[in-house]
Design a protein around this ligand. Structure first.
Ligand code: SF4
Length: 150
């Protein structure tokens, strides 16, 4: 059945990573042929490309995106983008996020404490948290490829 899938734009070849490169994945795109794909990139929208990296940090305010350059909490524009994106695309069935991203990872993002000690490698990024709050099915891109390769 044809689905409407929101997908991290870097997986489609958009050069929107922190270093203005992409994560284009031909095998994934082939697997998704026939579905409607709607790209998103909260970090490019908020900060442009290239941009400083960020990490997900566990704080008393919850999981926050902290800039590795300014050390400031830069979560707000990412969360605002996510809300607007899902408000304006209510038809989305599924979200495919780039694994391990602090914004787009589904169950693969790294979470650190405030001393940069690793707490978990199985967290959801900020964009994905908004999708999950709306009960949208979310899948890491690497998980889809593992399923189709087995
Ligand atoms: S993983 Fe998400 S935030 Fe990072 S470049 Fe890709 S779409 Fe943008």
């Amino acid at each position: 059945m044809k689905k409407t899938i929101a997908i991290s734009a870097c997986l489609l070849g958009t050069p929107c990573r922190y270093d203005a490169s992409d994560n284009k994945n031909e095998a994934l795109l082939e697997t998704l042929q026939g579905h409607t794909l709607i790209p998103f990139c909260p970090e490019d929208h908020a900060f442009g490309s290239p941009r400083p990296t960020m990490d997900l940090i566990a704080t008393i305010q919850g999981h926050r995106a902290i800039s590795n350059e300014s050390m400031l909490d830069i979560s707000a524009p990412i969360e605002a983008y996510a809300k607007t994106f899902f408000d304006t695309h209510p038809q989305i069935d599924t979200v495919i996020g780039k694994d391990r991203s602090p914004s787009c990872g589904v169950c693969s993002s790294k979470l650190y404490n405030e001393h940069k000690q690793l707490l978990s490698s199985h967290e959801a990024g900020l964009m994905i948290k908004e999708a999950q709050r709306r009960n949208i099915t979310c899948i890491d891109a690497e998980h889809i490829l593992n399923l189709t390769n087995n």
